[in-house]
Design a protein around this ligand. Structure first.
Ligand code: ADP
Ligand code: MG
Length: 594
């Protein structure tokens, strides 16, 4: 998570790449963006105009003072001019406020909409990526990308990119006006810039370094907190609280120190900019006064000059702030596009068609599967499972049993060979149409936050009716304990179903599988880890779930295997024996079965 934060010079092109990636979303907001840009230009133009009425008043007064002041004071011409100038000033200020308001709102709206879409796209994309991708990534990191990084990009665009663009345009505009007014004075201002630039980049670099370190400290803190809070039973039973607290405090201190240091640096930069602005003002005042005395510049124009100087330097002071944010945003943008550029390695082929309603005749034809070079999991598996047959798969841990199951739902694709269902090569069928016809119950059944009814209903790709849900729960033998809960099916489950026993969780997972009415059912060690009391109920539930369906039961339980129509004994990715339970089970070493 602690990727180095790029510097501004690399950050801008990086952000450019990110925005090109977001171009379709940006195009959708074209109207808002164009309006916002117009408002921005109007705002800058008005900012340039603002000092002029004042200049005009000063010059008029000076001229009048040079003539007869008392006569001038009553002259109606002069009064009219003054009133017009005052109104013009008021008008400019009011219009600028309106333009600035419109600009802020329009850009914020466009930015938020674009990034909300990006966030959805990112989340959808993560869901579409294959198991292979997810097993190689840390969940926390992915979550940070969806929430933190998108948020940071959003904030940076609205609070740094746009003001920066506005300020740069303002600076350019002011400089053009200054050059037109008086080239010599413009040169004086130009001398101060390099000094400012040097000062600015040096501190900016330091600030970025500090904020990078702060970011990584915060990342480590977040990881520590997620880990320890997610494993509260372990932390408590091993009395790790003290040690966790210490580690947290140390990390917290580091983050705090960095944050204070960053603040000090940027405060320092702001103050030195103030001094520099003072110096520039002092120079312009002196040189400008000479030019006024020489008659090359009016007093009003000098005033405009000084006002511009003040306005122009204020945003410069913020550049450190902006660059920090922009550099961080660039890093975030990169983290987002990196995910979006990943392609799922298992996807529908161009010729894939939706599967018809399957009977459940499964064939493996010379199937080889490996997880990287030198890590074979299945070495040439030939196998047929008849529709409606109940097959137990036994073998030691690491034999390749789960890999076999993963091939049926095409979570993995064979390196060579074919997997067929009802005679269709799985690659000829769409993923969704196959997966929706296979129900899977795993050892660790994951329940989602939400009601029990929701969790069961997730089993089908459309909203389930309450009859379907209750029926599925009956099959799973879960209806009894669910109805006994005060809120019944509407009981909210905490994270991962905490608050239910292992057997209850498992039966909800079985209900989720049952509601699918799938012709093929896979049970991957669905009984492992249950206590004997609930085991009987779960076994009965699984029996009802799999009745009349093609069933693959991966198990270490002797009785469950003996109950099957056929037993496959796999070891080291090779099918060792395949036949009637009585035949096969007597060959299987005792330590494999319990
Ligand atoms: P079983 O379910 O029989 O315990 P698996 O099918 O899970 O076995 O694993 C078979 C082999 O493949 C094992 O050697 C295991 O280490 C390896 N394996 C399984 N999943 C992965 C993975 N995601 N990445 C790398 N190797 C894996
Ligand atoms: Mg397994």
């Amino acid at each position: 998570m602690s990727r180095p934060t790029p510097r501004l010079r690399t950050a801008i092109p990086l952000l450019g790449r990110t925005f090109r990636r977001f171009a379709p979303h940006l195009r959708q907001q074209r109207r808002l963006l164009v309006l916002g840009l117009l408002a921005l230009i109007a705002e800058v133009g008005l900012r340039l105009v603002e000092p002029w009425p004042l200049a005009y008043v000063i010059d008029t007064l000076a001229r009048a003072a040079g003539a007869d002041v008392r006569a001038a004071r009553t002259g109606s011409d002069l009064q009219t001019t003054l009133i017009i100038c005052a109104l013009a000033l008021l008008g400019a200020v009011a219009l600028r406020a309106a333009a600035s308001y419109a600009m802020t709102v329009l850009f914020a709206l466009a930015g938020n909409r674009v990034l909300a879409r990006v966030r959805s796209e990112l989340y959808d994309h993560l869901n579409s990526l294959s198991l292979r991708f997810h097993q190689s990534r840390r969940i926390g990191d992915l979550v940070t990308r969806v929430t933190g990084d998108v948020g940071r990009l959003q904030e940076a665009v609205v609070t740094a990119m746009l003001p920066l663009v506005g300020n740069v345009i303002t600076l350019l505009g002011m400089f053009v006006v200054i050059v037109i007014m008086d080239v010599w004075l413009a040169l004086v201002v130009l001398v101060v810039f390099p000094v400012f630039f040097l000062l600015g980049t040096r501190s900016t670099h330091k600030i970025i370094t500090v904020s990078r370190s702060q970011r990584s400290a915060e990342g480590a803190l977040a990881s520590l907190a997620t880990e320890s809070l997610g494993a509260m039973p372990v932390v408590t039973s091993y009395s790790l609280q003290e040690r966790m607290n210490d580690r947290f405090a140390t990390g917290n201190d580091r983050a705090l120190k960095d944050s204070v240091k960053g603040k000090r640096l940027s405060a320092g930069l702001e103050r030195s900019t103030d001094v520099l602005v003072g110096l520039a003002t002092c120079l312009v005042l002196f040189v400008g006064a000479q030019r006024v005395l020489a008659g090359d510049l009016s007093i009003g124009e000098l005033t405009v000059f000084l006002t511009y100087l003040k306005t122009a330097f204020r945003p410069l002071r913020d550049i450190a702030k902006y660059t920090g944010r922009i550099s961080k945003a660039a890093a975030s943008g990169e983290r987002i596009t990196e995910i979006l550029d990943q392609h799922p390695d298992i996807a529908d082929t161009s010729w894939a068609r939706p599967a018809p309603r399957l009977l459940g005749y499964v064939e493996f034809d010379g199937v080889r599967l490996s997880y990287g070079p030198g890590r074979p999991a299945l070495r040439g598996l030939d196998l047929t499972i008849r529709a409606g047959e109940r097959v137990a798969v036994v073998g030691p841990s690491g034999a390749g049993k789960s890999s076999l199951a993963a091939l049926i739902t095409r979570l993995r694709e064979p390196d060579s060979g074919r997997v067929l269902i009802d005679g269709h090569d799985l690659r000829d069928l769409t993923l969704e149409s196959v997966r929706s016809q296979v129900a899977v119950v795993l050892q660790d059944s994951v329940l989602f936050a939400g009601t029990i009814a929701d969790n069961i209903g997730y089993g089908i790709g459309r909203p389930a009716t309450s009859e379907e849900i209750v029926e599925a729960a009956r099959i799973a033998g879960a209806d009894g304990f669910i109805s006994a809960l005060p809120q019944g099916y509407q009981t909210e489950l905490a994270d991962r179903g905490v608050g239910l026993s292992g057997g209850q969780r498992q039966r909800i997972a079985i209900a989720r599988a049952a509601i699918r009415q799938a012709p093929i059912v896979i049970l991957d060690e669905a009984l492992t880890g249950l206590d004997p009391d609930t085991e009987a109920e779960v076994v009965a539930a699984l029996g009802r779930l799999t009745r009349g369906r093609t069933t693959v039961v991966i198990t270490h339980d002797h009785r469950v295997a003996a109950d099957a129509d056929r037993v496959l004994w796999i070891e080291g990715g090779v099918l060792i024996a395949d036949g009637h339970p009585d035949q096969v089970l007597q060959q299987v070493p005792d330590e494999v079965m319990s």
